[in-house]
Design a protein around this ligand. Structure first.
Ligand code: FE2
Length: 396
């Protein structure tokens, strides 16, 4: 991270910290107290847990090490709200977060204010480059959790027979601006990919390195509900030829017939959204598909998914930012990737197996929390994030 003027830099960092912390609180504004607690599946976390965990991150990684006068809010919070950092000690079982009815929501908000005040005090002093980097990491970490908080809530609400409305006017199901289905050609040859070191990036985006690209083309617009519905209606889910073997087993085991949150009533298709149950908008991007579904759809279309590198090189010509886009790339270390020292080394590096890279960002991503080199990643069967499909083709 570049530090040109320390005082200005601290002020800018503190402003960003305060804004992002407030953004998280604002996301919870439409919630009722009962919404803060349930955890209907191991891969989702309750809003209260997100509120506490993001605060714990600043406490554990920054305040305890850099603020000699910092008073830990409650020693048991480290056990309750550590997610997966083995270096930082024992932690509560992940799939039992919904059982943690105490501390109360009010107490967790008190915890947030305690941490906020301590970070503000810290920022009044001179900060080392490492502390500034960790603060920036904590801010980006909280932005990631903002998206998780909202997609986790959507999953929880979707299981409620009355289909609760989180908030109206979000507009996340709006049609794509461009459905021309144009293709852009990616120049074959050796190209640089990955993040440069003078702006913030996660460690899995570094270092920048060369890749060899073969001639190919990539579609400028995402796959729409209209296109995906065609795949559903031609019995795409009943034809093993389109599916990877793991995907075929997944859809049989889970009786999957369409994207998550789709519902068929009579001859009409509906979809659960954070604005409630709505008729499926055909020109909106298809959403909540697994990697297996994305790969099967591409196979049916006679295409393939782009690799993460093809996507990164073409992104300036693509319409992106509405949905996370599955790529054909597995989440692996770039050449000369270094795992950081200490607990931050557990942030991404240990997840470099059995997960696929997603590029872009979504309507639920925090503003400013996206860049061409960003590498999101999830297991191939998961689909509660706002995930979609972009097509690519080889050119001979
Ligand atoms: Fe986290």
């Amino acid at each position: 991270m570049q530090v040109l003027n320390q005082k200005t830099s601290h002020k800018a960092l503190l402003d960003r910290f305060q804004k992002i912390r407030q953004d998280t609180v604002n996301l919870c504004e439409p919630l009722e107290i009962e919404d803060y607690v349930p955890q209907p599946a191991s891969f989702v976390s309750p809003p209260k847990w997100h509120l506490a965990h993001t605060s714990w991150f600043f406490e554990a990684f920054i305040l305890k090490a850099n603020s000699p006068n910092y008073k830990v809010f409650d020693p048991v919070f480290g056990f309750l709200f550590n997610s997966y950092y083995q270096s930082l000690g024992a932690r509560a079982i992940r799939d039992q977060r919904g059982i943690i009815t105490r501390p109360t929501v009010a107490h967790v908000y008190e915890y947030r204010r305690h941490v906020d005040a301590a970070v503000e005090t810290l920022c009044a002093q001179s900060l080392s480059q490492e502390t500034q980097f960790l603060l920036e990491l904590g801010i980006n970490h909280e932005q990631q959790h903002q998206e998780l908080l909202i997609t986790d809530l959507k999953y929880t609400f979707s299981l409620n027979p009355i289909f609760p409305v989180y908030k109206t006017g979000l507009g996340w199901e709006r049609p794509l601006d461009n459905t021309d289905n144009e293709w852009v050609r990616i120049q074959a040859g050796t190209h640089y990919v990955g993040a440069q070191t003078n702006i913030f990036s996660f460690d899995n985006e570094r270092p920048q390195h060369e890749v060899l690209i073969n001639p190919c083309e990539i579609r400028t617009s995402l796959v729409t509900n209209r296109e995906y519905l065609e795949f559903v209606l031609v019995d795409g889910y009943q034809n093993f030829r389109y599916w990877l073997d793991d995907g075929w087993a997944w859809l049989q085991d889970n009786e999957v017939h369409c994207p998550a949150y789709w519902l068929k009533q009579g001859d009409s298709w509906w979809v659960y959204t954070l604005e409630g149950l709505q008729k499926l908008i055909l020109d909106a991007p298809v959403s909540h598909v697994s990697y297996y579904e994305a790969a099967a759809f591409a196979q049916w279309k006679g295409c393939r998914l782009p690799s993460e590198f093809e996507w990164e090189l073409a992104c300036c010509d693509l319409f992106w930012g509405r949905r996370w886009e599955w790529t054909s790339s597995s989440h692996q270390a770039y050449p000369n990737y270094q795992v950081s020292e200490g607990a931050v080394g557990e942030y991404n590096g240990k997840f470099m197996v059995n997960q696929m890279v997603l590029k872009g960002s979504s309507d639920a991503t925090a503003v400013g929390h996206s860049r061409p080199t960003y590498r999101n990643f999830f297991h191939p069967h998961l689909r509660w994030q706002l995930t979609s499909i972009r097509l690519a083709n080889d050119i001979s």
